[in-house]
Write a protein of this length. Structure first.
Length: 164
């Protein structure tokens, strides 16, 4: 039994040494974040219906709701990452370029000031400022209670040539 344990440990260490960081997330750079608040919620069950519009937020289990501001310098990037729950992202000024790992062509989507996008959670993506001025972004995220809001992800293979 101890020999199997030692062999298993050697295989794990050898595998980690062989990959030497190639599976690590791409680095975040040029981003300054200001956390406004984190609120703890029990289950959320909210819905609004009208003849021309509807919205629903429904969670099972306790949640943390994060509100923050991110300022991204020109050339700045969040690196490849995901979130364990949905995030609503509003671009106040500047513009962001969004790359989604589940897009086979990794086509960039530009999100201008006054617009935004919703990340449903568990979507690997990269957000970058490809403009010439700072981009200011507000984010509200709903995640499971106690979970990290951001999960570093490796660069997806379908985006190797288009996004560094």
């Amino acid at each position: 039994m101890p020999i199997r344990f030692v062999l298993a440990l050697l295989v794990i260490v050898g595998t980690l040494a062989a990959f030497g960081g190639t599976v690590l997330a791409t680095p975040m750079r040029g981003v300054t974040s200001t956390l406004f608040a984190i609120g703890h919620f029990h289950e959320i069950d909210s819905k609004t219906l009208s003849p021309s519009w509807q919205a629903r937020i429904n969670t099972k289990g306790e949640s943390d709701v994060w509100m923050l501001q991110n300022t991204i310098a020109p050339g700045g990037s969040f690196g490849w990452h995901s979130h364990p729950g949905p995030s609503i992202v509003l671009v106040k000024s500047g513009a962001l370029t969004l790359y989604r790992a589940d897009d086979p062509t990794c086509t960039p989507e530009v999100v201008e000031a006054g617009s935004g996008f919703v990340d449903n959670g568990h979507d690997t993506h990269l957000v970058r400022n490809e403009g010439t001025v700072d981009a200011v972004v507000y984010v509200t995220s709903i995640v499971p209670r106690g979970a990290q809001r951001r999960i570093d992800e490796p660069q997806p293979s379908n985006c190797l040539s288009s996004v560094q």
